[in-house]
Ligand binder design. Structure first.
Ligand code: PEP
Ligand code: MG
Length: 317
């Protein structure tokens, strides 16, 4: 099976009805770019930058160290786009830094991701400058995790402008970036017009979207049986985000585990998704599903699945 899949590496990801599907890789370190390329992905849809920050006692990486790491990922992808997500620490990804990791009552609902970045603006500006500098070396998209409030969006965008102004004042080169938001909190999926007004693209984080929609801690084994990607509420939020983003002419991707699970490829295609980002090891298997799919036939079925009382029954029928 592996050998057969490997032959698909250079095959364009086209559906039977000729739809071009973008298959991207999720990476955690710059070195993973080679695995992303080998897997036949056409870019990085999610670079989880927090892995540069985790497990370091004391000092967090400074601007120069981060710039070199992001640049390495960008150059490693040889001209293909790299989506760098700003730091998403907290909850299931604790920083090894006792001062910031003081035991929180409920880390998944606490000071994580963009909330942490906005609470630590100097750290955030350092990261933003490093990303903007790396963007001078290739195609970079900047992705912001865990946004829910319009005020957070405006604060984030003004910090990006500020970081660029700081570089300009220092006479340091920076590159253009598209700026996008993760849709991974139900509140975000329910105010899509606000997100579409401010952002160039959206990326749906199904891991957290499922967790927060169903009130299931994604790391808690005792409720793992209730963590259901096919819950109608989850599917509706995913379907609405794809539809609204596409109607607004914005790029929409899914970068949660759902995108790399071949069981869901046809459903997501049927809902109109044209960009998937996943662990490099999944790219060829998902491509094989894409090559067998006819989106003109899948759309009506996908609608039925989303509207069902028990989607898993329709899904497997
Ligand atoms: C997600 O929440 O689906 C996601 C891609 O981000 P992470 O798994 O890093 O929280
Ligand atoms: Mg997430």
């Amino acid at each position: 099976e592996r050998g057969r899949l490997a032959r698909l590496r250079h095959t364009p990801a086209l559906t039977l009805d000729g739809q071009k599907i973008e298959l991207l890789a999720n990476i955690e370190l710059p070195e993973d770019a080679s695995a992303a390329l080998l897997a036949g992905s056409v870019g990085v849809g999610l670079f989880r930058s927090e892995f540069l920050f985790m497990g370091r006692r004391g000092q967090l990486p400074g601007e120069e160290e981060q710039y070199l790491a992001y640049r390495k990922a960008v150059e490693g992808m040889q001209g293909l786009p790299v989506t760098i997500r700003t730091i998403d620490v907290g909850a299931d990804k604790p920083l090894d830094d006792s001062r910031r990791d003081a035991a929180h009552l409920n880390p998944a609902l606490g000071l994580r991701a963009i909330r942490w970045s906005l609470a630590e603006p100097q750290m955030f500006l350092t990261q933003l400058r490093a990303i903007l500098r790396a963007a001078a070396h290739g195609k970079v998209r900047l992705l912001v995790p865990m946004l829910a409030h319009a005020s957070e969006i405006r604060q984030t965008l003004s910090l990006i402008d500020f970081a660029r102004a700081e570089l300009d004042n220092r006479g340091v080169a920076s590159g253009r970036v598209e700026v996008g938001a993760m849709i991974e909190i139900p509140a975000a999926a329910l105010i899509l017009p606000t997100f579409l007004k401010y952002f160039d693209f959206l990326s749906i984080g199904t891991n957290d979207l499922i967790q927060y929609t169903l009130a299931i801690d994604r790391a808690d084994e005792s409720v793992a049986h209730l963590y259901d990607p096919l819950h109608p509420a989850v599917l509706r939020l995913v379907a609405d985000t794809i539809a609204a983003g596409t109607a607004a002419g914005k790029h929409v991707s899914v970068c949660g585990e759902m995108a790399g699970d071949v069981a869901f490829t046809r459903l997501l295609l049927g809902l109109g998704l044209r960009s998937f980002s996943m662990h490099p090891a999944q790219v060829l298997a998902v491509k094989q599903e894409v090559l067998r799919a006819d989106t003109t036939r899948l759309a009506a079925w996908a609608r039925q699945v989303v509207e069902a009382e028990d989607p898993s029954a329709v899904f497997t029928a």
